[in-house]
Design a protein around this ligand. Structure first.
Ligand code: SF4
Length: 83
């Protein structure tokens, strides 16, 4: 973890998967990325409801949904990035 934090690279931010893509699991639950799906960090709506594809009518609605981040995100932002 220390190694990942020490190698944080601001230049990886624009290319992060969570900023440009979404992950949908088999039952329609929406995640920011496959890492978040594995950790069950599902995207949340305004009332903190767990978002599914049936809660939105357009991908534009996801633009203001906060990306769920945690310590595992340092794996994506170290060195040349990994997502
Ligand atoms: S693990 Fe974190 S930084 Fe990496 S794509 Fe997912 S939300 Fe973004």
């Amino acid at each position: 973890m220390e190694l990942l934090v020490r190698n944080y690279n601001l230049g990886t931010i624009d290319g992060l998967m969570c900023r440009n893509l979404m992950n949908i699991n088999w039952n329609g639950q929406i995640y920011d990325c496959d890492f978040n799906q594995q950790l069950d960090l599902q995207c949340r709506g305004e009332s903190q409801n767990r978002l599914t594809v049936w809660d939105i009518s357009s991908l534009d609605e996801m633009a203001d949904v906060k990306i769920r981040t945690d310590n595992h995100c340092f794996g994506c932002t170290a060195g040349m990035g990994s997502s």
